[in-house]
Design a protein around this ligand. Structure first.
Ligand code: NI
Length: 183
């Protein structure tokens, strides 16, 4: 089942998400719905707050990036109760977009390497290092769990330049190929 994606301006996108209990009801259904929603919207990642939940859950599938990075082919992952332990490497700048902020694409600086701990779909614990595109997308989605959006990383001047577009999104004056919800 595809779920509506909450757009910029909805207060859920500014909340810090909480770890989920291990007996979370219907977790597999939720994960299936998150993937279906993400694929339908042609995204490479989706965080639970984007579908209105205050849960620390991310889904990612980086297969569309396989052209530039073969290791992204089949990189389909679920991150539950995820926490970033370390960020290092070099600062890299790349254009990002977000299903909750349609029509806006801006260059965002992020560190190239992260170490995270998380549970997978079988609730097995992992402590892993990710780099490159993987580190970037995980950090973008992780930001959603912290109530942060990629536009928060822009300079004041860039933010000023996208202000009117943001206002349109907030008031629902944006056309999307997927179901959305405004505040
Ligand atoms: Ni996003």
């Amino acid at each position: 089942m595809t779920l509506p994606i909450f757009l910029y301006g909805h207060p859920i996108l500014r909340k810090v998400a909480k770890d989920i209990p291990l007996d979370y009801p219907n977790l597999n259904t939720l994960l299936d719905n998150m993937f279906e929603t993400m694929y339908q919207a042609e995204g490479v990642g989706l965080a639970a707050p984007q579908i209105g939940l205050e849960d620390r859950i991310l889904v990612i599938d980086l297969s569309p990036y396989k052209e530039y990075d073969p290791s992204c082919d089949g990189f389909k992952k679920i991150f539950i109760n995820v926490h970033i332990l370390e960020r290092d490497g070099t600062e890299e700048i790349m254009e990002e977009g977000c299903l909750s902020i349609p029509t806006i694409h801006e260059k965002v600086p992020r560190l190239s390497r992260i170490r995270i701990q998380y549970l997978d779909e079988n609730l097995q614990a992992h402590d892993e290092i990710f780099e490159g595109h993987k580190a970037r997308v995980i950090q973008h989605e992780y930001d959603h769990l912290e109530g942060v959006l990629f536009i928060d990383h822009l300079t004041g001047m860039r933010k000023q330049m996208i202000r009117s577009k943001l206002n349109k999104i907030m008031s629902g004056k944006v056309s999307c190929s997927y179901k959305v919800r405004i505040h």
